[in-house]
Design a protein around this ligand. Structure first.
Ligand SMILES: Cc1cc2nc3c(=O)[nH]c(=O)nc-3n(C[C@H](O)[C@H](O)[C@H](O)COP(=O)(O)OP(=O)(O)OC[C@H]3O[C@@H](n4cnc5c(N)ncnc54)[C@H](O)[C@@H]3O)c2cc1C
Length: 293
């Protein structure tokens, strides 16, 4: 399969990328790692007259802590994210998702923004970003807005990004005291596999042995976009963590999911696996919270 013809641009700054996006009026695509974009162009899923690489823009890379927030640059690659000491310590569920994404070859190219903007329902990074309450910074010529990652997705492959907007960074709030998160992924095989179901769970305890005061349970690959599981979250809040409570929340999460039958698995199997993975993600979240308190 050959790539179709397009003009290739390699601007040196975020401002220049935004100018080009504005100039091309929708007929330009941002190229990060290319692991989705180039495959889709080869398969003729869509065409574009212009490909704009962000590969030379240093500002879009890096993981920094500032004013209690952690900023992850849009083109931070997935392999680096999986191994970053700050991310592993503070956002273990995100590091875990990054470690499960694709293969070493894919992880070395793929970026965090590419994974999010591709908006695949089964993508590995959005559930944890949502569970941690992350925001995305969207920039265009003459303006910038910061939106919750949770509100970015509008359907498979679709986001709220305007055609002239570049995602420049993710902002993750410092985790609450006594909080932790876990990420679980199930595929048809163990490696190099898109999720059949994935779940990220975040809990914050009111004191080391206290009840749960905040909870976010996020399900992937069981709806057109990643979704929160509100019944599971409501079941958790105000209660002391226990096996029985996590089972109850896991059953509630199964009820919140909206899976479909497809060639990877049936809706009924996916719904059952949401329960299994939610229980495991909550166990991991509690372990993480206790380890960090
Ligand atoms: C063999 C293989 C296995 C895979 N396995 C997995 C897997 O297990 N889990 C998983 O989640 N994904 C998987 N993927 C999908 C893909 O690798 C990821 O989604 C990857 O993170 C995409 O990032 P990228 O940098 O390569 O994006 P690109 O392909 O460069 O871009 C993807 C999309 O995002 C847009 N974009 C990129 N950066 C920005 C930005 N800063 N601002 C605005 N728009 C932007 C592009 O224009 C394009 O539309 C796999 C892909 C392959 C080829």
């Amino acid at each position: 399969m050959l790539l179709p013809r397009f003009d290739y641009h390699e601007p040196g700054s975020v401002a220049n990328v935004c100018e080009l996006l504005s100039q091309f009026k929708g007929d330009g695509k941002v190229l990060a790692g290319g692991t989705d974009l180039l495959v889709n162009l080869k398969k003729k899923v869509f065409t574009t007259a212009n490909v704009i690489s962000v590969g030379k823009i240093a500002d879009l890379k890096g993981v920094d802590k500032k004013n209690g927030q952690v900023r992850i640059g849009a083109r931070e690659n997935v392999a680096d994210l999986a191994e970053n000491a700050l991310v592993k310590k503070t956002f273990a569920a995100l590091a875990s998702g990054a470690g499960w994404l694709g293969s070493p070859l894919v992880r070395n190219l793929a970026t965090i923004a590419g994974n999010v903007v591709s908006a695949r329902p089964a993508a590995d990074l959005p559930p944890s970003l949502i569970a941690y309450g992350a925001e995305a910074v969207l920039q265009k010529t003459g303006g910038e807005r910061t939106v919750p990652v949770e509100s970015l997705f509008t359907g498979p492959g679709a986001t709220i990004l305007a055609q002239d907007e570049l995602l420049t960074a993710f902002l993750l709030p410092a985790p609450l005291p006594n909080s932790g998160a876990g990420y679980q992924k199930l595929g048809v095989r163990e490696a190099l596999e898109i999720s059949l179901v994935n779940v990220a769970a975040f809990i914050a305890l009111d004191g080391p042995d206290g009840p749960i005061k905040a909870a976010r349970v996020v399900l992937g690959s069981v709806a057109p976009t990643p979704i929160r599981a509100p019944s599971a979250e409501n079941a958790l809040i105000g209660e002391k963590p226990s096996d029985a409570l996590f089972e109850k929340a896991a059953n509630a999460a199964s009820g919140d999911s909206r899976p479909i039958d497809d060639f990877r698995g049936s809706a009924a199997y996916r719904r059952a696996m949401v329960g299994v993975l939610t229980k495991r993600a909550l166990d991991a979240a509690l372990k993480d919270a206790r380890a960090r308190s």
